[in-house]
Design a protein around this ligand. Sequence first.
Ligand SMILES: O=C(O)CCC(=O)C(=O)O
Length: 258
Amino acid sequence: MLLTDDQLKEYEENGFLFFPSLFSVSEVDVLRGALPGVYQAERREIDRENATGDLRCAFACHTYDETFSRLSRHPRIVEPVRQLLGGDIYMHQFSIQPKVAFNGQAWEWHQDYGAWNQIDGMPDTRAVNTGLFIEEVTQFNGPLYFIPGSHRHGLLKNTKSPENRFPAMCVDHDIVADLVKERGLYSPQGPAGSFWIFHPNLVHASSGNMSPFGRTIVTQCYAHVDNAIRTPSRPEWVAHTDFTPIEPLCENCLAFAD
Ligand SMILES: O=C(O)CCC(=O)C(=O)O
């Protein structure tokens, strides 16, 4: 899958692209079928909510689970990312974010590049965050909020996240208010199989999940190999140091479990 000129322009203008139902129901079923194995594993890559013990992030599953390894190399993801970043890419961060029914916690306003630059030493913004919905995302179950065009403002004044477990660099609220006044808000929502890509300077957040419905998204953050991190200090499973270029698999690579 290659992006059209209009999509490239839209990405430049808004800082994100959204593709409803990019993956089929049967492909999503294969991914969903691999979740219990990941969730039951008592691994250091599994992070839980402090208050409830619910799973918050399952990092780096692509390094030990065959299904998610295939997803990380899926051409429908890898090709457009290579196109946007202009060449070979590696995986900077992989995580499954199952924002659980009733208890899934919000994420404060932040730019991913804040942590990637200030903590990991990523030299520039040749990187993207991508998200694949494994469950339907609605207005009720903790969707993300994007501020269109906010990536054009560069890295904004930020302070460390109060919870400080995964140091997201939170953007100050007066800045968020001004940006929203300018361009409004967009919330990517849609059926399982939908997919987004966004720029690492895009200001975004997400609300808590008080609904009875789970909201699982697989986020895969890729960077150009020349933009590899220079000062790795976080655990390897949070900010990867394997900078090997990713080779895309074939289009039906998720059909292996059929
Ligand atoms: O999963 C969410 O709700 C938020 C994730 C996020 O902000 C991120 O991946 O940077």
